[in-house]
Design a protein around this ligand. Structure first.
Ligand code: AHG
Ligand code: MN
Ligand code: MN
Length: 338
């Protein structure tokens, strides 16, 4: 059987981007290199002194785990060494990281990333991930600036995620469908395993942190009750599945069908997840696979980006399920327009 590696696949698809002259391909290669290094560390996390917390706190006010720091450093190093990006935004850095080096002086892209998604699962041998989003710079030259990141999700030229799970997978899109690659550890290569992935239009899984139930908007509370009701025609009740690593929950739902919701809560009135490096790239992937991603009200990828660490509620997954959840939101949680 013919095996197509990520490297080969990218070269074959380069013709899809006549303007890109290979830079985007090299950028994806740089990301895949960092992913392999992080995968290696995740796999031996129980063995080495990399577990636990560093004691510092990131911009979100959360305690930072060592593996978050490690992943952040690896991705930044790989992107800097590759020379294709003029700035990086990361969940772990308060400000953007402008890149001012000889090899990056013609760099056309900026990358926004969540280097380690699902940090609460690091210590417990549960899947974690990396999320990335690639934009063309809007500034003309020199190191990139904050404005380069203030672009809507619809402007992404590529996005994807890596899941460090029972196997390590890299999924990405450049706006022409979604392709998934599984790392073959024996040869150290990501191999095409899920070509042109499509997500089911409907599903039977809902993923939400129900511990926050009391703080959810009424529309979400009613939707959860709807998921739990008995109904033969729609095969309810649905199953509840929530890992707490967004990448893992969304990856599962992408394959089997389902909905992932992280709504606003009374504690987090703007939602918890970050628009730039969590929701937009995941939305791009899910839309390209035939699914849907909204704030509960409107399309995620059309939300104006005004802050680096901007938060948003997220309703993402199979089209029919997201439509139903949005209908509940509209009926029970419409914000009063003054
Ligand atoms: P991160 O580890 O990058 O901070 O992201 C965690 C996110 C998301 O991946 C996950 O689904 C969600 O936060 C879990 O949050 P709760 O623990 O509040 O459910
Ligand atoms: Mn995250
Ligand atoms: Mn993170």
């Amino acid at each position: 059987m013919k095996v197509t590696t990520l490297g080969q696949f990218i070269i074959e698809r380069q013709a899809d981007f006549p303007y890109a002259k290979g830079e985007l391909s090299r950028l994806l290669r740089d990301i895949s290199i960092a992913a392999k290094i992080v995968h290696r560390e995740v796999n031996k996390a129980g063995l080495v002194d990399i577990l636990g917390e560093t004691g510092s706190t990131n911009i979100q006010g959360e305690r930072v785990k060592k593996l978050d720091v490690f992943a952040n450093e690896q991705f930044i190093a790989a992107l800097k060494a590759g020379g294709e990006v003029c700035a990086i935004a990361s969940e772990e850095n308060d400000d953007i990281i402008p890149i001012d080096s000889e090899i990056s002086k013609n760099a056309k892209y900026v990358v926004a990333m969540d280097p380690l998604d699902g940090s609460s699962n690091i210590d417990v041998n549960v899947s974690v991930g990396t999320i990335f989003s690639i934009y063309r710079r809007t500034s003309l030259s020199g190191p990139g600036n904050l404005e380069d990141f203030m672009q809507r999700g619809t402007e992404q030229v590529a996005a994807g995620y890596i899941i460090y799970g029972s196997s390590c997978m890299l999924m990405y899109t450049t706006g022409k469908g979604v392709n998934g690659f599984t790392l073959d550890p024996s040869i150290g290569e990501f191999c095409l395993s899920h070509p042109d992935m499509k997500t089911p239009m409907n599903g039977k899984v809902y993923s939400i942190n129900e511990g926050n139930y009391l703080h959810f908007p009424d529309g979400v509370k009613k939707y959860i009750k709807y998921c739990q009701e008995e109904d033969k025609a729609t095969e309810r009740p649905y199953s509840s599945r929530y890992i707490g690593s967004g990448v893992a929950d969304i990856h599962r739902n992408l394959i089997t069908g389902g909905i992932y919701i992280y709504p606003t809560t009374t504690k987090s009135p703007k939602g918890k997840l970050r628009l730039l490096y969590e929701c937009n790239p995941l939305a791009f992937i899910v839309e390209q696979a035939g699914g849907k991603a909204t704030t509960g009200e409107k399309r995620i990828m059309e939300v104006p980006v005004t802050e680096l660490h901007q938060r948003t509620p997220l309703f993402l997954g199979s089209q029919h399920m997201v439509d139903t959840a949005m209908a509940f939101m509209q009926q029970f949680s419409t914000t009063e327009k003054v």
